[in-house]
Each structure stands twice: as C-alpha cells, then as structure tokens.
Design a binder for this molecule. Structure first.
Ligand SMILES: [Zn+2]
Length: 256
C-alpha cells in the first residue's frame, strides 16, 4: 500500500541517492514518473499498488532517470528551492525585445497569454496558479518563436542555397535544434533568450545538416564556409542555458 504522499530513495548507477515523492492516485492505472526542475522526481502510482513492487519498477528505470538527471545538470543552477514567482518582465535578446507581463484574474478556469499593446503581454484567467501562468507564457513563447524564427530560417536557407522541408518549433529541454534525415528542422523556442549571433549560428548549423547528417570534418567545413566564426560561436553555446528563465523550462512527463 502507498500512502497518499510518501517519500523514498532510489539508488542511481553512480552511487548517488535520489529522493523522490510518491503520490497515490485513483485516476491512474499505470505508474507515472515526472521529472521537473521545481519538484524533482515525482512518481504517481495507482492507489493500492504494493510499495515493493513500486520500488522495483522505479529501480528498473534508474539508468534512464540518471540520464535525464544528467541533462538536468545543464540547468541545475536554475533549480532553486524558492518557489518560482510569475515573471513581471523579460527580455528576448534574439529579437531585441523587452516585454512586461501583467496578470489579470478572471472567472475563467484556464489561463491564456496575449499581447495587448506593444511590449506588453496580458496573462488572464486563473492567474493564482503560478504553473498555469508559466505554461501560458511558454505557449506564447512558442507562438512568438514560430512567427519570428520561421522567416529568419527561410532567409538564411536561401542565402546558403539549401532547402529544408519544414520547420517545427519545440520546447526541448536540452536541445537547441535538430535536422531530420528528411530535411525537417526543429528549433527550440527558448532560442529567443539568446543573442542574435548565436541564434543565427544554431540555424546555420541545422541547415548544414541538410548536407551532412553528422558532425564529420566535412560538416564543419560546410559550416565554416557559411560562418567563418563557427568554432568560437559553437564554444559560446555551452553556457547558453543560463540565459533561459526558469518559467520557460518545461518539466518532462513520461510513462513507464
Ligand atoms: Zn549538429
């Protein structure tokens, strides 16, 4: 049996112990693991699931969890113990934009974000729910990134004479961009928090994957041809996660 909320520890492959929270739920029939910057690992289990069985199932995922945790290390400095407040303002250096955010409580049970005048976003609805406000702002960020990055990428591709099939804007946790073998480019909406030259670098990097689907010497040769400073720009990408505010970071949800 599992209490409504309990805690346990999982031994990770590197010897560290990860404390996690267990929530019993009548609504789920399978074990659900959620890893987020705010709450760490939370396991939601069907009410009445045997505790030993639960621990064995979670332990079976230890390697996978450790991998995700390592990815989280890249953003660990952002993981504070303080509850995260709703942002009042933020900058998008990629577009040289500054935004103020206002919150308006309404009777709606959902939360939405929209631009109400130049430089101002209004988040309206059940705004006491901090996470719902963050989610609404993340959806706004994705829409904003789609309208800003799509013409920019098209323009860059034209300059290189290369063609991509389509662009998808995502909120990947540790990836700035990718390019599929079919020529589908995806870009992270959080790129908007980076300086322009780095966003341009990421785009050119993905465009060059249309020529070489790897990081071979030939790939770098193409990239340096279009951007001679590629090596130093690539080096600057390492610290970029620090530029992303925590509200823009998405937790991950996965099923066992
Ligand atoms: Zn690459």
């Amino acid at each position: 049996m599992i209490d409504a909320v309990a805690h346990d520890k999982l031994a990770l492959p590197d010897g560290r112990a990860l404390e996690f929270e267990i929530r019993a739920s009548t609504k789920t029939r399978s074990l659900r693991l959620k890893l987020s910057a705010r709450e760490g690992l939370v396991v939601t289990a069907p009410l009445g699931l045997d505790r030993q069985r639960l621990l064995a199932l979670v332990a079976g995922k230890a390697e996978w969890i450790a991998g995700r945790m390592a990815e989280f290390d890249a953003v660990r400095h952002l993981i504070g113990t303080e509850p995260v407040a709703r942002p009042q303002a933020f900058d998008l250096p990629a577009l040289a934009e500054s935004w103020r955010v206002e919150y308006k409580a309404t009777r709606s049970r959902t939360v939405g974000a929209r631009i109400d005048q130049p430089g101002r976003i209004v988040v309206a609805g059940a705004v006491d729910d901090v996470e719902a406000c963050h989610a609404a702002l993340r959806r706004w960020l994705a829409r904003h990134a789609t309208s800003a990055l799509s013409p920019w990428l098209t323009n860059l591709a034209e300059q290189t004479g290369l063609r991509f099939v389509d662009l998808a804007i995502k909120n990947q946790r540790t990836r700035w961009g990718s390019c599929s073998a079919h020529g589908r480019i995806s870009l992270n909406c959080k790129l908007l928090f980076l300086p322009r030259e780095l966003v341009r670098y990421v785009m050119l990097h993905e465009i060059c994957h249309l020529l070489e689907a790897n990081h071979s010497e030939r790939f770098w040769m193409h990239l340096r041809h279009f951007e001679p400073s590629s090596d130093s720009l690539h080096g600057r990408m390492r610290d970029t996660w620090k530029a992303v505010p925590i509200w823009a970071q998405r937790g991950t949800d996965f099923l066992l």
